[in-house]
Design a protein around this ligand. Structure first.
Ligand code: GLY
Ligand code: MN
Ligand code: MN
Length: 448
């Protein structure tokens, strides 16, 4: 499947990462240092590793994609310095395991002030820390924390020679998370592209699906479409869940055969230059919705459309949850799945019996991206949306096969529809524009 709509795969220019560092420098106090750690490779078994995935905050500040590196930002009254420590060039290692950029080229390419090998950390970092007041690092990074405390101990051991030890440690995560939450024009364009690619993958899945195939065979078609358009990896483990498997929210076995008259739920998004898409579609295995499937599907779709049309600066997840609850509760009452008084049911959020997860989440370098959802740690008070935030909207209804409280016709149906939305000055833009969602569009695409 070729794509006429993708002019060329976007990657972020290095200047974007320099800008990210400038934004962080602007928030650091004078006479301070910030540390960021790259990820390490993770063993799959014996001497084989999982595909490498960079630490996303480290990547946000550097664009550098080798393991085990460390970034050190130094802010002083008259200067800002970005220093990278990374693995050295090593001919033998590179022949076996792959190229390393080395320090000289890294400095030029990533527009860093200085680059050193990892081995040089233990000598140089304590020297840089001498006279520094504050040290920023991610408190939840155990490995980095150990290193930082080790460096501080080294400086402390030299105080009799006049060395001055930093006295304040600050968790850098809230600062970096807030920066990552608001996406730039370049980041949004990248997310637009990865959504287009992921939408094409969902289209391919709809066209290829038929009874008798295994879920993992559909997964493979999706991955094929991602890579065909330049998204080398899936942003998260792809969910291909036929029939009742859709009622397992994070079903990734993908090992069952697809059954005629069942629905198929696919939650799949590609990753492009580190940025994620997170899209869910649910469609009939044989291309034609049954009447009960149609009724529930249309209800979820209506809720999703109503929620998205309310997204603009100033809206909150709390307001969107109210809209989703009202739509779903009214619909479930109309279908006879809920019974009682509408106002009472809405008040007690009765739809949550069948809509068992959150309505959405931030999206960016991580699929469940960083950034606070609430104001000042007050769990009751949702923050207002501002332009540049990207979020998912993913209402669903789940009716497990073994739920004897519901009529038989609904059992074994699990539906989720998930789009990716960017908040704009005027309102919002739906990045998931090319992925079919109406019953007519899906049935037309699947006609055979
Ligand atoms: N794919 C995970 C989620 O939708 O949150
Ligand atoms: Mn999601
Ligand atoms: Mn998802």
């Amino acid at each position: 499947m070729t794509n006429q709509n993708l002019p060329g795969i976007a990657i972020l220019p290095i200047s974007e990462f320099v800008t990210h560092r400038s934004k962080l420098f602007a928030q650091m106090t004078e006479n301070s240092v910030a540390f960021f750690s790259a990820a390490s490779e993770v063993t799959r078994s014996n001497d084989t590793e999982f595909a490498f995935c960079q630490n996303k905050s480290f990547y946000y500040l550097t664009g550098f994609n080798e393991p085990d590196a460390m970034l050190m930002l130094i802010k002083q009254a008259s200067s800002e310095q970005s220093i990278l420590f990374s693995l050295p060039k090593d001919k033998k290692h590179e022949i076996w395991h792959g190229r390393r950029i080395g320090q000289e080229k890294a400095c030029q390419h990533y527009q860093l002030d200085q680059c050193f090998t990892l081995d040089e950390q233990s000598e140089l970092v304590p020297q840089y820390l001498n006279g520094i007041k504050q040290v920023y690092f991610a408190f939840d990074d155990e490995n980095l924390s150990q290193h930082v405390f080790g460096y501080l101990a080294q400086v402390r051991a030299s105080t009799r020679q006049g060395e001055k030890v930093p006295t304040q440690l600050i968790d850098v995560s809230p600062m970096i998370d807030e920066l990552r939450l608001i996406k730039s024009t370049n980041e949004i364009e990248l997310m637009r592209q990865v959504n287009t690619i992921s939408g094409l993958a969902h289209q391919r899945a709809m066209q290829i699906t038929s009874a008798g195939l295994f879920e993992y065979q559909i997964e493979n078609e999706i991955l094929h479409e991602f890579t065909h358009h330049g998204a080398r990896y899936a942003a998260y483990a792809t969910i291909v869940a036929g029939g009742d498997n859709a009622n397992i929210l994070h079903y990734t076995d993908n090992s069952a055969r697809l059954v005629n008259n069942d629905l198929l739920l696919i939650d799949a998004g590609g990753e492009l230059s580190g940025y994620a898409a997170d899209i869910t579609r649910t469609f009939p295995v044989n291309g034609k919705f049954t009447e009960p499937q149609k009724a529930l599907y249309q209800l979820v779709l209506n809720a999703k459309v109503a929620v998205i049309s309310a997204i603009k600066p100033g809206t909150t997840f709390a307001k969107l949850n109210n809209i989703a609850n009202e739509y779903l509760t009214r619909g479930l009452l109309d279908l006879g799945i809920l019974s009682g008084d509408l106002t009472e049911l809405v008040k007690e959020k009765a739809s949550k019996k069948y809509f068992i997860h959150g309505l959405g989440h931030w999206l960016g370098l991580d699929v469940h991206d960083v950034g606070d959802y609430h104001i000042n740690d007050n769990k009751e008070q949702c923050r207002e949306f501002t332009p540049g935030m990207v979020l998912t909207i993913e209402p669903g209804l789940y009716m497990p096969l073994d739920d004897m409280d519901i009529a038989e016709q609904w059992r074994g149906i699990g539906i989720r529809i998930e789009d990716n939305i960017v908040v704009t000055k005027q309102g919002c833009e739906n990045l998931t524009a090319n992925c079919p969602e109406t019953i007519t569009d899906i049935e037309t695409l699947m006609k055979r």
